[in-house]
Ligand binder design. Structure first.
Ligand code: HEC
Length: 84
């Protein structure tokens, strides 16, 4: 029985890690690929902080494209992009 428990715990742990992996820029990457990858976009737009990113996505000329993103998704993208 102990072995089974260990396996169950291991599976939960792995699933937990996997769901962490879904954060980051996963949401952005649906639209941002290749030349338009988010890391290239922020370099081009000189976005260096999470606040800049939020501002660009909420109030910028392309706000309409980013309406469906939640604050959490923008935040996790900012973290993945290592913005302050
Ligand atoms: C529904 C598709 C879509 C999603 C999802 C999306 N974007 Fe965009 N984004 C666009 C399009 C289209 C543009 C305009 C591209 C261009 O100018 O060539 C754009 C432009 C941008 C720009 C430049 C903004 C500006 O002012 O010109 C940034 C930065 C950006 N996206 C970041 C992100 C980040 C970060 C995410 C994820 C949190 C994200 N995008 C998710 C479609 C999307």
């Amino acid at each position: 029985m102990k072995k089974l428990l260990a396996i169950v715990v291991a599976i939960i742990f792995i699933l937990g890690l996997a769901s962490f992996g879904f954060a980051g820029t996963e949401k952005c990457d649906k639209c941002h690929k290749g030349e338009k990858a988010v890391d290239k976009m922020i370099a081009k737009k000189k976005i260096t902080t999470a606040a800049d990113l939020t501002k660009a996505l909420r109030e910028g000329p392309k706000a309409g494209m980013h309406k469906k993103l939640t604050d959490g998704e923008i935040k996790s993208a900012a973290e993945a992009l290592k913005l302050k």
